[in-house]
Design a protein around this ligand. Structure first.
Ligand SMILES: Cc1cc2nc3c(=O)[nH]c(=O)nc-3n(C[C@H](O)[C@H](O)[C@H](O)COP(=O)(O)OP(=O)(O)OC[C@H]3O[C@@H](n4cnc5c(N)ncnc54)[C@H](O)[C@@H]3O)c2cc1C
Length: 347
């Protein structure tokens, strides 16, 4: 049996890992030049792992945690000791608060979330992963499926698993014969979780905020940074922050965003901020996550929709991807749940 996985994010690679374990031949077709999708760990100039995408998980995410254990990876709790700040108004001093040591902490992955992607990739022969290979059409021809890529290359398979956001399936892939009208209507209305988010990272040689008794945690209604956390590595020898910027900041240039971030943080944590080694941010609106503006009325709209649980083209086309999961949809846990569910179809 030949299976094509469309999308090399967490769900696509987990599905490939699980099917490879069942001795099923998989080919992963990934549109962008890298694997990981909404997981993207970069290194700062001091080599600190910095997360531009997915970062945290908790004990509720049992399937993800089991996977992390099976792959021999290590998790560690998010640092939160010390004074945290809540900025309600730009002209008032921030409120200070302390986060009690949580019974259910948020965890991070030692080495960065990308280590999960790297571990999964190791289980798939490299010739079976094709980067820069966006899928543009899926045709059912007699008893097989023909998947055509942006370069006009055709791949033949017995089954295709769609491991990408439903909105992109709708906008990027033509189906022949057409999918049923009810699923065509649903696909563009499924929210792609975190699409449009702006994440920033800052790297430092010293954790000066910890030395001053700050946790590095900040919530703000008053500045460009709306949420921020300490981003020290597991060995506690590389330091930084990560967090989210106000959605409106996408209209500024990166230089202006950086200047506004540094200004806000200098006011709150002092001039030490200006000794940063590295800054970058990422606006998650590129063609690999989103197609135009999302028109969404509520969070997780139509995530895990019943029509995403069905198969199409005579049981040859299946939906996976975190947005298809009926639990923890949108999160890494949802991506793993969707992969486990699909892998179960194959005996
Ligand atoms: C800024 C941000 C922060 C986040 N924080 C957290 C967090 O802290 N905790 C958490 O649990 N989750 C978080 N998430 C969500 C988490 O990243 C996702 O749930 C998970 O990574 C989704 O995996 P996926 O494989 O379903 O989809 P994706 O990661 O979106 O993978 C889909 C893949 O398909 C590819 N693709 C697109 N179009 C095509 C095409 N036509 N042909 C072939 N390939 C295509 C894409 O390039 C991509 O690689 C965050 C996401 C973002 C963006």
């Amino acid at each position: 049996m030949k299976v094509i996985i469309v999308g090399g994010g967490l769900s696509g690679l987990t599905t490939s890992y699980l099917l490879s374990k069942k001795n099923i031949q998989v080919t992963v077709l990934e549109a962008s030049s890298r694997l990981g999708g909404r997981i993207q760990t970069i290194k700062g100039s001091l080599d600190t792992p910095l997360e531009l995408g997915a970062t945290w998980f908790s004990d509720m995410h049992q399937n993800l945690i089991n996977f992390i254990d099976t792959l021999g990876l290590k998790k560690y709790p998010q640092f939160s000791k010390g004074t945290s700040l809540f900025q309600t108004k730009s002209f008032e001093p921030p409120q200070k608060f302390f986060v009690p040591e949580a019974e259910n902490p948020s965890y991070r992955l030692a080495g960065g979330t990308q280590t999960l992607i790297d571990a999964l990739v190791n289980s798939i022969p490299s010739e079976n992963i094709k980067l820069n290979t966006g899928v543009v059409s899926i045709k059912e021809i007699e008893n097989e499926i023909v998947v055509e890529t942006i370069h006009g290359e055709c791949f033949h398979a017995d089954k295709v698993i769609l491991c990408l956001p439903p909105q992109l399936i709708h906008s990027k892939i033509k189906f022949s014969p057409l999918l049923p009208e009810n699923i065509i209507q649903i696909l563009p209305t499924v929210q792609t979780w975190m699409a449009g988010a702006i994440k920033f990272v800052l790297e430092f040689e010293r954790p000066f905020w910890r030395e001053k008794g700050y946790s590095g945690m900040l919530y703000s209604h008053a500045g460009i940074v709306v949420e921020m956390y300490d981003h020290t590595n597991v060995e506690e020898n590389k330091f930084g922050f990560t967090g989210f910027l106000n959605g409106g900041a996408s209209s500024y240039s990166q230089d202006v965003r950086k200047e506004l971030v540094l200004r806000q943080l200098t006011e709150l944590l002092g001039e030490d901020i200006l000794n940063f080694n590295y800054y970058t941010d990422k606006i998650w609106t590129d063609e690999f996550v989103l197609n135009g503006n999302q028109i969404i009325q509520r969070p997780h709209q139509n995530n895990g929709h019943p029509l995403l649980q069905k198969s199409y083209m005579n049981d040859k086309v299946h939906f996976a991807g975190t947005e298809s999961a009926t639990e923890f949809s949108g999160y890494m846990e949802g991506a793993i749940i969707s992969a486990l569910k699909i892998a179960d179809i194959f005996k």
